[in-house]
Design a protein around this ligand. Structure first.
Ligand code: IMP
Ligand code: MG
Length: 339
């Protein structure tokens, strides 16, 4: 996997953190770069019994050898970044592009009131207002923020050089396909495109350099904030099924619906997916918890996976069976996609 892009095919919160932390370890990644919007994301990584919620750093931090970069398209909240760097002890292997725009207090305040808060239900992290300032060409950039100077590096150059040298590179997307400013449920969307092409652009990688696009789906669909959710279940029904989750950044309860094949098919198309990662199969089929082999999954779970594969026309290569990074069925070996 010289260069792989990982994005979410629903509304975010499908488990990119889990999938990427698994790949960081299993494929021994050399370099991971974050694209996407910014600290509105919260990628959950559970590693060696400890839970991390990463809003700025790539989820590949679990591999101590892996270089961790943030592309120029990403918005940076300096306080969030510095806290995460200390939390996972990553100083020395973190790099930030000088052209990243910086979220300031005024952006957070503007994001926590009025239209954005009441009508859209944003995360309040300041991302929308900061991207607006960026479009107006008034946003401050990382190169002008003394707090960030130790981290500055030419991210597109580093990433492309690594790809050209045949190193193992992963580009990490944030949010989800249907939260895209262009392809999502406007106006109930985030402040940028977040499909695979946008993630490449955020990091400065051209489309000819990408080998694999992994689209992550959860075994059911969730959404936080306002906007349409086809097939939405009542909160009681969601609780009965054990599908209730709490948002990692905002602490809001997530809205819930069953797996949606129409949305999934469209996400496959919009992202040019070559592989699907399916997470939380153990929530749908508790007997699958902790499985590491496809044959350890129950018949009904295997049927669900094969149905997804058939409907989408893309192999389901990774299947999450629990919160820990390592709890994964990796079918790439059986499918001849990895040796
Ligand atoms: P914003 O990105 O904070 O402007 O929020 C716009 C919409 O996207 C709201 O519905 C948020 O709940 C949603 N959103 C933004 N980031 C994420 C994410 O990482 N996961 C899930 N939903 C998100
Ligand atoms: Mg999340």
């Amino acid at each position: 996997m010289p260069c792989t892009v990982v994005v979410c095919g629903f509304f975010g919160d499908t488990g990119k953190g889990k999938v990427i932390s698994y790949l960081a370890l299993e494929d021994d990644l050399d370099l991971a770069a974050r694209g996407g919007v910014g600290p509105n994301a919260g990628h959950t990584v559970v590693f060696k019994g400890r839970k991390y919620i990463m809003r700025m750093l790539p989820s590949a931090f679990v591999n101590e050898r892996c270089r961790l970069l943030i592309g120029p398209g990403v918005l940076v909240d300096p306080d969030v970044l510095l806290k995460e760097v200390e939390e996972v002890n990553a100083r020395g292997r973190v790099g930030l592009d000088p052209n990243c725009a910086v979220i300031e207090e005024k952006h957070k305040q503007a994001d926590r009131k009025g239209y954005l808060k009441e009508k859209i239900g944003t995360t309040g992290s300041g991302c929308g207002p900061c991207n607006a300032d960026r479009a107006l060409r008034t946003a401050k950039l990382a190169r002008d923020e003394p707090k960030l100077k130790d981290f500055l590096t030419d991210v597109p150059l580093e990433v492309n050089k690594a790809i050209d040298e045949g190193k193992k590179v992963l580009l990490e997307g944030t949010q989800g396909t249907f939260l895209s400013l262009y392809h999502g449920t406007y106006p109930y969307v985030t402040s940028k495109d977040v499909t695979a092409s946008a993630i490449c652009s955020d990091v400065g990688v051209g489309p000819t350099k990408v080998d694999e696009v992994i689209v992550v789906f959860k075994s059911f669909v969730t959404r936080v904030g306002a906007g349409p959710l086809p097939g939405e279940l009542s909160q009681e029904e969601a609780e009965r099924r054990g599908w209730v989750e709490v948002a990692s950044v905002t602490g809001r309860k997530r809205r819930v619906a069953p797996f949606n094949f129409d949305l999934a098919r469209r996400a496959i198309m919009l992202n040019g997916a070559t592989q699907v990662a399916l997470t939380k199969i153990d929530v749908l089929f508790p007997e699958c918890a902790g499985a590491r082999d496809f044959n350890e999954l129950s018949a009904r779970a295997r049927e669900f996976v094969l149905k997804i594969e058939k409907e989408l026309g893309v192999p389901v290569t990774l299947i999450g069976t629990g919160p820990e990074a390592e709890e994964m069925v990796d079918r790439r070996y059986d499918l001849g996609l990895k040796d």
